[in-house]
Structures are given as structure tokens and as C-alpha cells.
Design a protein. Structure first.
Length: 270
């Protein structure tokens, strides 16, 4: 716990990302990934494999933009750097270890960027629901890229904004509306990257949560992680054992259903 606290304090990050809790979240993701490396290994392998499969089918080999690069758990960075002339990693927070890895590969850059565009407004006016731009603002390179990978961030986009709005007393219905708008706006923005039929978009995202309590009778309880929005993706689906028994509760196990593949031209349905 102390180590995580220290790691978060030392992480290079924009003040808004820190205030909204995104830095703490990212540090917690790595701690959990380490703790649960065995349980997560199947998901990590499938995610990397599915991203690579899309990369191999992408005709252009100029630029790949990875949105939500995080700790590069699900990103086959070396293979992407070998296949494309240039790789751009994009995240709200880019840890030092990732920056160092980028430097060693030579053709990999990184960019700190809020792909929702709402963090600044939320930090400045905590009691006001932010206006969500649709399409969401992506780095300009994404529109020119041969391949854009949205790397397991879609369901996470509302997380810090939601916790922040909750803490500042915004009603649940407002939080839900903002969350759904953020998800739609990201998919619309990804749809723009398919523009002129040149780019390919690979969407990796969890979309359903299943909670099972072995001490209770009755079946599992399922939750929609994408607020009713359904991305149209051609690719595999699998279960990610996110929290086996003991992680979130003694008798509780949690898994998420994940999809990964090529985003279709009409990127989502409701
Ligand atoms: C579940 S993690 C993805 C992990 C990553 N794909 C990996 O391989 O390590 C979600 C990522 O989305 C990033 N993220 C969340 N909200 C963001 C935003 N508004 N703009 C940019 N990145 C964001 C987080 O910082 C985090 O790295």
C-alpha cells in the first residue's frame, strides 16, 4: 500500500489526472496485474494475439496509434514497432517505465492526452456536468494512422469522471448520462479514424461484468459495462478472470467478457 502511494506520488502526470484519481487507478491496475498475473495470463495472451492479428491484416505499415497504452500489458509493443514505421502511445498517464521502453525501441513516441476532453472542465468546475464533445478529441495523428488500437479503455473512460462527480454530489442520473455519452463519443471518434477507407481500427474492450458468490444460492449477476452501447466488432470474445475469489471478497469471483477485433464502419448500435 505504501509502495503504491509512493509510486502514484512520483508518477509524472497532469494535475487534472492526479486530482481526478486517474494516477491512483493506473498504479492500482499494475499492482492488481502483478498480484493476479496467473489469473490474468490467459486474457493478456488473447488480447495481444487478437491485436496482432488485426495489425497483420492492416494494409498500411506507416503509423499505429495505441490509445490507452497504460502499462503495455495488452499491447504487443515490440511486434507493433517491428511491423510499423512509427508507433504512438497515448494515455492520460504515461509511466516512466513505458517512456523508457519507448526510447529503447527507437520508433516509438508517447503522448499524454485526455481522449474524453472532459477532465479539465471537471477539475475546474467539479459541481457541473461536463459537456461531452461527440466525436471525442483524439490526437490528430489518429486520423492519419494506418491502424488505431483502442486498448481496453472504453469501459474505463467514465470511471474517474464518475467517481469525481459522485464525490461532488452530482446525481446518479447525471453520472449515467455522462458515462454513456463518453462511450458513444469515443466510438464516434474511432469511427472517424476509418475515414476515407484508409485506416483500420482495432477495438479491445470489456463489455460485461459477471459476479458470482459461492456462499450464495442462485446464479451469477451480470452488469452491462457499456451502458447499452454495443460496438460492432468483428473478432473473438472471451472471459477475463478479473478477480478470482479472495480479491474483491472472500467468496466473490468476478469476470469480464472481452471483445477484440476490427471496428466496423458503423461503429455501434444501442
Ligand atoms: C484498463 S487500463 C488499459 C491497460 C492497457 N491497455 C495496458 O495494456 O496496460 C485503461 C487505460 O485507459 C487510460 N485512460 C482512462 N481514461 C483516459 C482518458 N480520458 N484519456 C486517456 N487515457 C485514459 C488509463 O490511464 C489506463 O491506462
Amino acid at each position: 500500500m505504501l509502495l503504491e502511494w509512493l509510486e502514484a506520488r512520483l508518477m509524472p502526470a497532469a494535475p487534472e489526472a492526479r486530482r481526478l484519481g486517474a494516477v491512483d487507478e493506473l498504479v492500482a491496475v499494475r499492482a492488481r496485474a502483478k498480484r493476479l498475473s496467473r489469473a490474468w495470463s490467459d486474457h493478456v495472451a488473447k488480447a495481444r494475439e487478437a491485436v496482432l492479428r488485426v495489425a497483420e491484416k492492416t494494409p498500411g505499415r506507416g503509423l499505429v496509434v495505441v490509445l490507452g497504452s497504460g502499462w503495455l500489458l495488452e499491447v504487443p509493443l515490440e511486434a507493433l514497432a517491428a511491423r510499423f514505421d512509427r508507433v504512438l502511445l497515448v494515455d492520460l498517464v504515461v509511466p516512466r517505465a513505458v517512456r523508457a521502453q519507448a526510447r529503447t525501441l527507437g520508433n516509438v513516441d508517447w503522448r499524454v492526452w485526455d481522449v474524453t476532453g472532459v477532465h479539465g472542465a471537471l477539475a475546474a468546475h467539479p459541481k457541473v456536468a461536463p459537456a461531452v464533445a461527440d466525436p471525442a478529441p483524439l490526437p490528430p495523428e489518429a486520423l492519419e494512422a494506418d491502424l488505431v488500437v483502442s486498448s481496453n479503455m472504453l469501459s474505463q473512460l467514465p470511471m474517474s469522471p464518475r467517481i469525481w462527480m459522485d464525490r461532488h454530489g452530482l446525481p446518479r442520473a447525471t453520472q449515467d448520462a455522462v458515462a454513456e455519452a463518453l462511450i458513444r463519443a469515443h466510438l464516434t471518434a474511432l469511427g472517424q479514424c476509418l475515414g476515407r477507407g484508409r485506416g483500420t481500427v482495432c477495438l479491445l474492450s470489456d463489455f460485461e461484468r459477471e459476479e458470482r458468490d459461492s456462499a450464495m444460492t442462485g446464479g451469477a449477476v451480470r452488469y452491462d459495462l457499456l451502458h447499452g452501447v454495443r460496438p460492432r466488432v468483428d473478432g473473438p470474445r472471451w472471459w477475463w478472470s478479473l478477480a478470482p475469489e479472495g480479491e474483491e471478497g472472500k467468496t466473490l469471483s468476478v469476470r469480464h467478457k472481452v471483445l477484440c477485433g476490427v471496428l466496423e464502419t458503423d461503429p455501434y448500435s444501442s
